[in-house]
Design a protein. Structure first.
Length: 176
């Protein structure tokens, strides 16, 4: 796992081979952040990383200047890895939470400038995630929500959908 830009640029973290997480590819992540850089200012922003996996998106957000990043991951080994990465770089800007994403969404009373969700592509209720984000009022005014998903999902009819980007097998749907 590589940090692409920001204060931790070029840092590498070895993800254990035993991990079941499917990290966002460097190619897709780099293109995603190029798009986002034209749409938002990361400096002092608040972010929520759902289904954090290896924490690749979280460390990228912290590296780019986010004031606060909440990373929600239920798998204990993945959660511990995220904690280790954040400890290694010495940041307090990231708050890893070991827990179920859907319970977190239901109980969260904070709004975020940026929300990223990378659920397992086969997740049964993946299509419900955008509605849950907006029903629970998690996105700040003018905030951006990005959902990573496979090719079989189409969110273009969602009322908050703005656009979609495809990088290989990785699909990003954007919502406002």
């Amino acid at each position: 796992m590589r940090v692409i830009s920001g204060i931790y640029r070029h840092r590498h973290f070895d993800v254990p081979r035993t991990f079941s997480a499917r990290p966002t590819t460097d190619f897709a992540k780099e293109n995603l952040f190029n798009v986002l850089a034209n749409r938002m200012d990361f400096e002092d922003a608040t972010a929520l990383d759902l289904f954090s996996g290896t924490g690749s998106i979280s460390i990228e957000l912290v590296s780019r200047g986010c004031a606060k990043v909440v990373s929600v991951e239920k798998e204990p080994a993945h959660y511990n890895f995220i904690c280790k990465v954040m400890e290694t770089v010495g940041t307090k800007a990231c708050l890893p939470i070991k827990g179920d994403v859907f319970k977190y969404i239901a109980n969260c009373n904070t709004q975020f400038d940026f929300i990223f969700a990378d659920p397992p592509y086969q997740l049964e209720n993946l299509a419900d995630i955008p509605d849950l984000i907006f029903q629970n009022d998690l996105l700040a005014p003018d905030g951006i929500f990005v959902l990573e998903h496979g090719k079989n999902n189409d969110f273009s009819a969602h009322p908050r959908f703005t656009d979609k980007r495809v990088y290989g097998s990785v699909n990003f749907s954007f919502f406002k």
